[in-house]
Design a protein. Structure first.
Length: 245
């Protein structure tokens, strides 16, 4: 359970509570960078307070935050280079996340026994909701993945395939929200085993873009983005069912 606590904290601190404006500003404004690291550290410490002594919590939290700081600092330095190619963001994004998750996996093996506070919080949760903490944590992690992380991953893929305009600084808010709602619907259907109903979600989305699909470039971009989105949500739902069951 400790790994999923850390992973959920990572997703919240690095994606959900980091807006696109913050992600851009932290590259040029060190104060914005420190603000992001402070938010990230807050979520990590909240995940760590369940396990170990106070010294362990402080040490592990500091090391995880420092590793996040160094990796993000290195990535920002690479992105600020004059000859940096935007289409390579797909590679750097995945390397960045793999390193972060590897660090979380490493620390998830330490201090497996819940401390006094962790046992108290677990007892309160069980008293209110029954013995559903681990399933709820896994499901929450899956839904969190289908929010910002999946959307950003798809954007990086489209940039790598050169479907996404690399000089487009304006965010497509409606398109992003549609993608988020699409993944949430597909994930929910996958969790309850209604995989056949996923086709209705795709059909409803396609109807709104019917005329635009006549353009070859848009149709290719739409198809790639939609299929990746559906695959991510479906895999998340399947993985949750396998882990819980």
């Amino acid at each position: 359970m400790k790994f999923f606590l850390l992973l959920l904290a990572h997703l919240l601190g690095d994606f959900v509570f980091q807006t696109s404006a913050m992600a851009v500003n932290k590259m040029y404004d060190f104060r914005a960078f420190l603000k992001h690291c402070a938010v990230y550290a807050a979520f990590i410490f909240l995940a760590l307070i369940w396990y170990g002594s106070i010294l362990q919590i402080l040490a592990h939290g500091a090391i995880i935050t420092l590793s996040h700081f160094l990796v993000d600092m290195l990535r920002c330095g690479i992105q600020k280079r004059p000859k940096y190619e935007k289409k390579r963001e797909f590679l750097y994004f995945n390397l960045d996340q793999l390193i972060h998750i590897a660090v979380l996996i490493l620390f998830s093996f330490s201090a497996q026994e819940a401390n006094g506070l962790g046992k108290t919080l677990t007892g309160i949760y069980i008293g209110l909701f029954g013995n559903t903490m681990f399933p709820a944590l896994v499901i929450a992690t899956a839904y969190c993945i289908c929010l910002h992380p999946a959307g950003i991953f798809i954007k990086k893929v489209l940039m790598r395939l050169e479907y996404q305009k690399v000089d487009d600084s304006k965010e497509n808010i409606p398109g992003f929200l549609i993608g988020v709602l699409e993944r949430l619907c597909v994930l929910t259907l996958a969790l309850i085993g209604q995989y056949t109903a996923v086709s209705f979600v795709i059909a409803a989305k396609s109807l709104a873009r019917m005329k635009l699909l006549e353009e070859k470039e848009f149709a290719e971009k739409y198809l790639v983005g939609t299929l990746i989105s559906v695959v991510i949500a479906t895999l998340c739902g399947t993985a949750v069912n396998l882990i819980i069951n």
